[in-house]
Write a protein that binds this ligand. Structure first.
Ligand code: ZN
Length: 245
C-alpha cells in the first residue's frame, strides 16, 4: 500500500512539474503573440493606425460605441474606435488608455471562440432557419458576418447586464423562414443582424440596455407585435413605447 501511494505521489509530482514547465512555456511565448484559433494581433493598435487588424478589433468593439452610437468597421483607428476601446477596457477592469496592447488582446482572446464568435453566443444560435445562411436579402457570407457583429454587440450587452445569460429565440431568416413566422418583409432577420430576445432580463431592460451597444434597430413592448420579445438589429430605428423608448 505504502509503495503504491509513493508511486502515485511520484507520478503526481512528475505531472505537476510537467504542468509548471508547460505554463512557463506559455508565459514565455505570450509576451510576443499568443496563438489563437480565431485571430492573433501582431502589433499595438492606437489612434492613427489603419489596417485589417484594426477592423478585427472594431468588430469586437462593436458593442461599445456609447449611447445611440454605431461603430464604423472601416479599419481606421479614429477617435470613435479609441472611445469604444476605452469603454471595453473599463468594462473588463483593464487600464483604460485607449491603446490596444497585450492586456486588451489577451482579454479578447479569452472572449472569442476559435470560429471568432464571442464565448457566450454561437452561429447555430443565431441561425435556426438553415445552416447555409442563404436565401435572405444579402449573400450568405454577408448575413453570417452581420450575425457575427450582432453577437459581439450582445456580448457587450450581456457583460453590462452583469454577465447574465441572454436568450436568442430567432436570428437569421431566409425569405421562406421569415414569411413562415410572419416577419416583416424588410426585417433585419433577412440580413443576418436581426435578433429576437426572450426570457430574462425583462424585455424593457433588454431594450433599454441595447441603446448603449450599437443596435440601430430596437423594437420592444408597446411596438406592434413586440410585446412578447425584444427585437434588435443593426439599422431601422427604435420603438418600445412601454419602455420609454
Ligand atoms: Zn425580430
Amino acid at each position: 500500500m505504502r509503495t503504491a501511494f509513493r508511486r502515485i505521489g511520484r507520478a503526481f509530482v512528475a505531472c505537476t512539474l510537467a504542468a509548471v514547465t508547460t505554463l512557463v512555456g506559455v508565459v514565455a511565448t505570450s509576451s510576443a503573440a499568443q496563438a489563437d484559433g480565431c485571430y492573433t494581433w501582431g502589433r499595438v493598435l492606437k489612434q492613427g493606425v489603419v489596417g485589417e487588424d484594426v477592423r478585427q478589433l472594431q468588430i469586437r468593439l462593436a458593442g461599445y460605441p456609447g449611447y445611440g452610437g454605431v461603430l464604423s468597421l472601416d479599419g481606421s483607428f479614429g477617435p470613435a474606435t479609441r472611445s469604444a476601446l476605452i469603454r471595453f477596457q473599463q468594462a473588463y477592469g483593464l487600464s483604460a488608455d485607449g491603446v490596444a496592447g497585450t492586456q486588451t488582446f489577451n482579454q479578447l482572446y479569452a472572449l472569442q471562440d476559435n470560429d471568432c464568435t464571442p464565448v457566450n453566443f454561437s452561429y447555430a444560435e443565431l441561425n435556426r432557419c438553415n445552416s447555409t445562411w442563404s436565401g435572405g436579402a444579402v449573400p450568405a457570407s454577408t448575413a453570417k458576418f452581420n450575425a457575427l457583429v450582432s453577437m459581439w454587440k450582445l456580448q457587450a450587452m450581456r457583460k453590462a447586464l452583469g454577465s447574465v445569460p441572454i436568450t436568442v429565440s430567432s436570428g437569421f431568416r431566409s425569405y421562406s423562414c421569415n414569411s413562415a413566422v410572419g416577419g416583416y418583409s424588410n426585417s433585419r432577420h433577412l440580413y443576418g443582424d436581426g435578433v429576437d430576445l426572450v426570457g430574462s432580463p425583462s424585455f424593457c431592460r433588454l431594450a433599454q440596455q441595447a441603446r448603449y451597444h450599437g443596435f440601430g434597430n430596437i423594437l420592444g413592448p408597446g411596438y406592434p407585435n413586440h410585446n412578447d420579445h425584444t427585437h434588435l438589429g443593426a439599422i431601422g430605428g427604435w420603438s418600445a413605447p412601454t419602455c420609454g423608448i
